[in-house]
Design a protein. Structure first.
Length: 364
């Protein structure tokens, strides 16, 4: 080979190597390799106070929209629940976590593979993807992304990672930083309605719509056990724990959802009424609306309307009235079963004769 031909071959080889290297760096769909290490949402960290709405959409939980409270910008309400209070610290933390995300590595650019990273269409049945949008006060978008799988740890780092994509773009990414987004409303609100200790309760009455009544009480606050009223002669309570459990069930009012009373009225004629009275004069009355057919399961909707009496002027009573008065609360079917006991329930307060024969309670 002549020197001239060798030189031509050498130049061609060098140019080929350079072209190949450039092709690796700027592969189709990955032209944003230069963004590695940059914030996923540039400038958001400096403008978090401008975030006015946070919208989360998933197949499992539907749409949840959080909006800043006009009277107090530090508070957040759930816009599609008539501004019922959300956990402000949790909403703020979500916006901060998004602002802290940085590009780590490009992943698949094939939309058919997005579901493997839980980045498919959030509207599709069975999808685990979450659509996340943050807007400013003018409704202008600050963030629009689809959140997928989380990585608990990243190689060479103690930090976690998050898979995401931008809607309309055929590129999935792994970002450095962890985001936990609750899909259900119960993950964004205080689910406990009461903080009333069982030892404060003096009596509990349960009135079922079919006429069955249960009444338990204590004579003195220091009494160890509640007494079940109306046990016939020759009968006895199956277990003192089942009777005491009627009072401790006040802890079972765990909120799954909320609505304004006017949007979901509870009919006293068909509702189960449960009354709790404390030794210090506070009375809580719960009216529980039953689904048609006494439906059971995750779709069953038991709605509770609460009225607070007594304790006027105390922070506890006034706070309970302010929190519960405009609202009804949805609880699960198994919570209802724990709250609204019946004499004949096998896991409740079955009474039996001393000889083991079952007793059927009278109604009315």
């Amino acid at each position: 080979m002549s020197a001239k031909n060798f030189l031509i071959l050498l130049v061609a080889t060098v140019l080929g190597i350079v072209a190949a290297a450039a092709a690796v760096v700027t592969r189709p769909g990955d032209a944003v390799y230069a963004n590695l290490g940059d914030p996923v949402v540039p400038g958001l960290i400096d403008n978090l106070n401008d975030v006015d709405t946070v919208r989360i959409e998933s197949h499992e939980g539907g749409v949840l929209t959080f909006k800043r409270n006009v009277k107090d910008a530090g508070d957040w309400g759930i816009a599609n629940r008539d501004m019922y209070p959300a956990k402000a610290s949790q909403v703020n933390a979500l916006a901060l976590r998004v602002a802290e995300l940085t590009y780590l590595a490009p992943k698949t650019a094939t939309p058919e593979l997005f579901p493997r990273l839980e980045l498919g269409d959030p509207d599709v049945v069975g999808s685990k993807a979450i659509s996340l949008r943050l807007n400013d006060k003018g409704g202008r978008p600050m963030v629009d992304m689809v959140i997928g799988k989380a990585r608990s740890s990243l190689e060479g780092s103690a930090a976690g990672g998050t898979y995401f994509r931008i809607p309309g773009k055929d590129q999935a990414w792994l970002a450095k930083g962890s985001i936990e987004i609750g899909k259900l409303i119960s993950e964004w609100i205080e689910t406990d309605i009461f903080d009333i200790q069982t030892k404060r309760i003096r009596r509990v009455e349960i009135h079922h719509a079919d006429g069955e009544k249960i009444f338990i009480f204590k004579e003195q606050q220091g009494d160890l056990d509640f007494v079940l009223n109306g046990v016939p002669d020759g009968k006895k309570v199956k277990s003192r724990f089942s009777v005491n459990g009627i009072a401790s069930a006040i802890d079972d009012y765990k909120i799954m959802d909320v609505a304004l009373r006017e949007k979901h009225p509870v009919d006293p004629a068909t509702a189960t009424r449960v009354v709790y009275e404390t030794f210090d004069g506070l009375t809580v009355t719960a009216l529980i609306d039953l689904p048609e057919g006494d439906l059971k399961g995750p779709t069953a909707e038991y709605w509770v309307s609460l009225d607070i009496a007594g304790g006027e002027g105390t922070a506890e009573a006034d706070g309970l009235r302010a929190r519960t008065n405009p609202w009804v609360f949805r609880i699960s079917d198994y919570r209802y079963d724990s709250i609204a006991k019946r004499m004949k329930d096998p896991y409740a307060i079955v009474v039996r004769s001393a000889w083991g024969r079952p007793w059927t309670p009278a109604t009315g």
